[in-house]
Write a protein that binds this ligand. Structure first.
Ligand SMILES: [Mg+2]
Length: 253
């Protein structure tokens, strides 16, 4: 039997394990460090502007975040930021790189269950070393058939990854906490996108849900994912409907 879905892609940060919470804690620490120089809201705005500006050159991850904090500290102090404050920012970054892994509910069970009949692929952005460390510490590494640490999550990237590890993006489903990175580009590429919201989402990852799209689903947590995949595969009619109709062949008796 031809399966509708052969390959399941999992996002990592805030889908399988906690991540944004550590960024928020560090940002609170950053706010306190610079309390004499900038109001929290202003500092937050300037930091977000720096992160946005730097994303193209530093990419996603902790190292770029630390550099953006330092740049913001220099900016809001008009070049007078004391060296011990810079040292504190760097120490906060190093602590983030060592934080223990906290798996999110049902993460292991969902990956284990889906790995029985599907290829499961981890697809994540961020610093290469940090993501490798987190995957190793998560204990989930052995379950994945493939791991892709990418600099961007675009429709082209998903098409390439699912062609390499599976049977193309049309027979793949991606699950993640970011509509912008994990859901919209996969749907655009022709695959299925499942959104599992996380309470905390980075401002630069926000997007509108593609409400009503037939290849879009939302789940409260990963617990329902195996059943959702089974339900989608149970409805064979959806595979047929997905094929583009050639008007010439349709016109023949
Ligand atoms: Mg994520």
């Amino acid at each position: 039997m031809t399966r509708l879905l052969t390959t399941i892609g999992f996002d990592a940060d805030d889908t399988l394990w906690q991540n944004e919470t550590f960024f928020r804690l560090t940002q609170d620490r950053f706010t306190r460090l610079l309390a004499d120089y900038a109001a929290p809201d202003h500092l937050h705005d300037r930091l977000l502007a720096a992160e946005t500006r730097n994303l193209g050159s530093y990419g996603f991850g902790i190292k770029g975040f630390v550099l953006s904090m330092i740049e913001t500290a220099i900016e809001v102090t008009e070049g007078r930021v004391p060296a011990p404050v810079i040292a504190e920012i760097m120490a906060a970054g190093r602590e983030m790189l060592e934080h223990p892994i906290e798996l999110l509910p049902h993460a292991r069970a969902a990956v284990e269950s889906l790995a029985e009949k599907h290829r499961v692929i981890l697809i994540t952005k961020g610093d290469l070393l940090d993501q490798e460390r987190k995957l190793a510490q998560s204990g989930l590494g052995e379950l994945f058939h493939g791991v892709e640490i990418v600099s961007q999550k675009t429709a082209q990237v998903y098409a390439r990854v699912f062609a390499r590890h599976g049977d193309g993006v049309e027979r793949a489903l991606m699950v993640g906490n970011s509509l912008k990175s994990d859901v919209l580009p996969v749907i655009e590429a022709g695959g299925w996108g499942v959104h599992v919201p996380h309470g905390l989402t980075w401002a630069l990852e926000s997007a509108e849900p593609p409400a009503g799209h037939r290849r879009f689903r939302e789940l409260p947590d990963l617990g329902g994912l195996p059943a959702l995949v089974a339900a989608l595969e149970g409805d064979g009619a959806q595979v047929v409907a997905e094929q583009p109709v050639d008007p010439r062949s349709a016109a023949q008796p």
